[in-house]
Every structure is written in structure tokens, then in C-alpha cells.
Design a protein around this ligand. Structure first.
Ligand SMILES: *Cc1c(COP(=O)(O)O)cnc(C)c1O
Length: 337
């Protein structure tokens, strides 16, 4: 069976993990610091503006904590990962759900205004850069868990809001050994505050803090993976182009100046279930990327998201896919017209 997704490792990740284990220091330490510096380089921000944490969910929660999310109205799309709802719940915020835009898995910024909520969580779903509302009072958390390395207006996304969050979970663009996440911001004071919060041990005050740390083993794997991101993105783009060339109606950015990160290759089709079934029969695991029952609010409150969830097929797209596997899939897609 060709899996829907699979992380890309070679001996380099194993060597990095082994080096850390042999060093005798495996908890948060110099590897995490180096990983944070390399994340800053990737996003072209000064040192000290990135913080590595235990997961993308932790990063989301911490972003909400830094923005005083407790009791606030927090906007989030209905067509998104449950991690968003979980983080809003954990902080004690009041979720206000947004529908998808027309023909897009992302929110529609023209449907957002400052009065609706205090904080907006804005993910770029499937790697397609979201557009953001103009804001005056609204705080924005840019969630690039699915879109690490995507470019909009000539810049890598993630820093257009107040805080950006990343996930390095096993299925994402790259992984820090299974789990991991990060926060990035132009505002150094926010990152400094969170850095303090993350470091709970040996403190001489009684302020509440919590352990959301990444280990040096994770960071060492993450550093190797981060160095491969340009290659990963290029291979994913090649596969995406093959699928598109087969004539499928692919969900994509509507702004031709955007460079999406091809986290998911999603076909829009009224025959979604038939196509998934046919792919299974030839040994390919395709899935519905967001099922209608996975929407974060009831379908009647987000009719466009509901409709989208019923007409999507997510195809395997990961760097180690063989050309022959891609060919097998494109042949089947062609037969579907
Ligand atoms: C995966 C994901 C997260 C959560 O990240 P974890 O590292 O799995 O906790 C948050 N937001 C979005 C959009 C995601 O896809």
C-alpha cells in the first residue's frame, strides 16, 4: 500500500540523534538553542525571535497565553485541525467560528472585522497561504503548521501576525522526531516572556510556569530536517504538478504570486468516495482530508466548509514517493473523467 503520508529520513537523522545521546545531554540544551537560531535564519529574523516547544498545539496554547486569550473572543476557522479548538478551550477563550472562503479552504478576510473577536487564529490550510484581514485592534496568530516554507508577497509566511506558530509533527513538512513546534515573532519581548515561561526549573520566584520544552534529541533531528526543507518542498511541488497535469481540479492558491508549500495535494471532485475507493483498489491510500464530522462547529454554521468537506480527496504527496507511484495515481485520475 502506498501510504497517504510518510516522514523522510536517512542516516543523517539517525546520526544526529545518536550524537546527542552519546553526549550525555538529552534534555533541552545546546541543540534546541541551535535549532532556534537556524529557524531565525530560515525566517530572516534576528536571533532570539524563535522559541522551540514540544508541539504545535503547545505553541498555539502559548501564543494564546502571551496574548492574554483567557475569556477573550477568539476567531478560528471551522475547516481546520482540532488543535485550534483544543487550544482555545485550554486557554478558556470563547471560540467564534469562521466559514471557508469561496473556492478556498482558508478563511475569507473580507468576512472578518475588528468587532467580531479580540484574537484571530489564521492557518494556511494544506500549505496554501491564507490572506489576512487588515487589522487595527485585532491580534493575529498565524498558524503555519501546514504551510512551513510557503511564500506570499515575496516573503516566507508566518510573521504577518503578532505571533506565528509551527508544528513539526511527523506528518508535517518536516519533523523534529515525531513531535515538536515553535513560535516566531517580530516582537522579541513576546518570545522572551514565553522563554521564561517554558523554563520552570530552578527559579527563584513563585510565578506559574509549565514544561513545554523540546528535547535536544528532537532538536538535533529537527535541525537536519530543516536543512532539507528546500529539497522537500521542491519534490512535493514536482509531485503536485504531475497531479495537476493529469487534469484534476486541485485546490490551490488563487494568487499566482504565492508559492504554496505542498503539504497536501487535494482534488476537488463530486466523486470523492468513488475515487478514494478506486485508489484503494490499486493500493493507494487516499483520504478525505477534513471530514464533515471533523469540522470545528456544526455544518449549518459553515455551509461552504461543509460542502468542501464532501468533495475532497487528499492524495499521497511526500518526498520519497517513487515516480512510478505518482504515475500510477495520475493514470487513475485520468481514468476518472
Ligand atoms: C498539526 C496542526 C496543529 C497542531 O500541531 P501538533 O504539533 O500536532 O500539536 C495546529 N494547527 C494546524 C493547522 C495543524 O495542522
Amino acid at each position: 500500500m502506498i501510504p497517504h503520508n510518510r516522514p523522510t529520513f536517512d542516516q543523517m537523522e539517525a546520526a544526529a540523534a545518536s550524537r546527542v545521546i552519546s553526549s550525555g545531554w538529552v534534555a533541552q540544551g545546546p541543540e534546541v538553542e541551535a535549532f532556534e537560531r537556524e529557524l531565525c535564519q530560515f525566517f530572516e529574523i534576528p536571533d532570539g525571535h524563535a522559541l522551540a516547544v514540544s508541539s504545535g498545539s503547545a505553541a498555539l496554547y502559548l501564543a494564546l497565553l502571551a496574548l492574554n486569550g483567557k475569556g477573550k473572543k477568539i476567531g478560528l476557522p471551522a475547516y481546520a485541525c482540532a488543535a485550534l479548538r483544543n487550544a482555545v478551550g485550554l486557554i478558556g477563550g470563547q471560540g467564534v467560528y469562521l466559514d471557508c472562503g469561496v473556492g478556498s479552504p482558508n478563511l475569507d478576510p473580507s468576512e472578518v472585522d475588528d468587532q467580531m473577536f479580540d484574537i484571530l487564529i489564521a492557518p494556511s490550510i494544506f500549505g496554501i497561504p491564507t490572506h489576512l484581514p487588515n487589522r487595527s485592534n485585532l491580534k493575529i496568530i498565524e498558524d503555519i503548521a501546514q504551510s512551513f516554507g510557503a511564500v506570499s508577497s515575496g516573503k516566507r509566511i508566518g510573521l504577518r501576525g503578532d505571533i506565528g506558530i509551527c508544528s513539526f509533527y511527523a506528518t508535517k513538512i518536516f519533523t523534529s522526531g515525531g513531535h515538536g513546534g515553535a513560535l516566531i515573532s517580530h516582537d522579541r519581548s513576546v518570545i522572551d516572556w514565553l522563554r521564561d515561561y517554558r523554563q520552570f526549573d530552578s527559579r527563584d520566584d513563585t510565578n506559574l510556569r509549565f514544561n513545554f520544552q523540546m528535547t535536544d534529541v528532537q532538536a538535533a533531528i529537527g535541525r537536519v530536517q530543516l536543512s532539507k526543507v528546500p529539497d522537500f518542498l521542491e519534490r512535493r511541488e514536482d509531485i503536485f504538478c504531475e497531479y495537476r497535469a493529469s487534469g484534476a481540479d486541485m485546490l490551490d492558491s488563487k494568487d499566482s504570486s504565492d508559492i504554496p508549500a505542498r503539504y497536501r495535494a487535494v482534488i476537488k471532485t463530486p466523486q470523492a468516495n468513488d475515487m478514494i475507493q478506486a485508489l484503494h483498489e490499486i493500493g493507494v491510500n487516499a483520504i478525505v482530508p477534513v471530514q464533515d464530522w471533523e469540522l470545528l462547529t456544526s455544518p449549518e454554521n459553515c455551509p461552504r466548509a461543509d460542502k468542501l468537506s464532501k468533495m475532497t480527496v487528499s492524495l499521497p504527496i511526500y518526498p520519497t514517493m517513487l515516480d512510478s507511484d505518482v504515475g500510477k495515481i495520475t493514470a487513475l485520475i485520468r481514468s476518472f473523467k
